[in-house]
Design a protein around this ligand. Structure first.
Ligand SMILES: C[S@@+](CC[C@H](N)C(=O)[O-])C[C@H]1O[C@@H](n2cnc3c(N)ncnc32)[C@H](O)[C@@H]1O
Length: 222
């Protein structure tokens, strides 16, 4: 597979396609792990954090929702389009902070720690977990949580890095990868990298015939 040539450009194109909402509308159901609005658990999976970090915040709605609760909420995102849009929508909100960059670069160059680090269909899906999981663990406060969601693995297909042509089949050769595993494989990966209290599952869709959500909870030891 060709190397990943332009991930920021891919996410900028994606970000330009995200519908604009008023801040009031964006805050309704802003924090959810699922692709179905108002479905499934919410921010209670983060525990009772004073500080949070979102990996791949997109428009920043979840960061904003946490900030309105008094949490010092930070997000990091690769896409300049998404980061600018988050600043434009939430820049006035005290406690909401948005950083531009690749999550790995960000995690390995900061000396900060967070009570909870999370990702909602975000950067965890697009980053090699064998590199990302140690970097996140290092930046979690003792007892801190890593929680993330994205699409479940497609049964009877190969797990691991799944390549895709990100600019379509008639466009430039922009190669991207998503890392996809079954819940028991996420449990093994997280446990091997030193996480504890791992709970990985697929949450059914409201209509169980539709695609569910992979949801993974874990902690750093106290
Ligand atoms: C599908 S969007 C989800 C955004 C948001 N979490 C939401 O639920 O609306 C994925 C986001 O992850 C960001 N992203 C992907 N890979 C990343 C990386 N390596 N570092 C930082 N952000 C990344 C993208 O720029 C994009 O904004």
């Amino acid at each position: 597979m060709p190397s990943i040539t332009d991930p920021a450009g891919y996410w900028d194109r994606y970000g330009r396609g995200v519908a604009d909402e008023t801040p009031e509308d964006a805050l309704k159901n802003a924090f959810g792990w699922c692709q179905y609005e108002g479905h499934g658990p919410g921010d209670e999976l983060l525990g009772d954090p004073l500080t949070t970090l979102e990996l791949g915040h997109g428009r920043g709605n979840a960061v904003a929702a946490l900030a309105t609760m008094g949490i010092t909420a930070t997000g990091v995102d690769l896409s300049p389009v998404q980061v600018e849009a988050a600043h434009a929508r939430w820049g006035e909100l005290a406690n909401a902070h948005f950083e531009r960059g690749d999550v790995l670069d960000f995690l390995i160059t900061t000396n900060r720690r967070w009570d909870a680090i999370y990702s909602i269909w975000g950067a965890v899906w697009f980053t090699d977990p064998n590199v990302l999981l140690p970097a996140v663990l290092d930046r979690l406060a003792p007892g801190g949580r890593l929680v993330f969601s994205h699409a479940p693995h497609i049964p009877d297909t190969t797990t691991g890095a799944i390549g895709m042509w990100a600019a379509g089949y008639t466009g430039a050769q922009v190669a991207m990868a998503r890392w996809s595993y079954h819940p028991d494989q996420w449990t093994e990966l997280l446990t091997r990298h030193g996480y504890t209290e791992v709970h990985a599952r697929v949450l059914p869709a409201p209509d169980p015939a539709n695609v569910g959500t992979l949801l993974v909870e874990s902690r750093r030891r106290r």
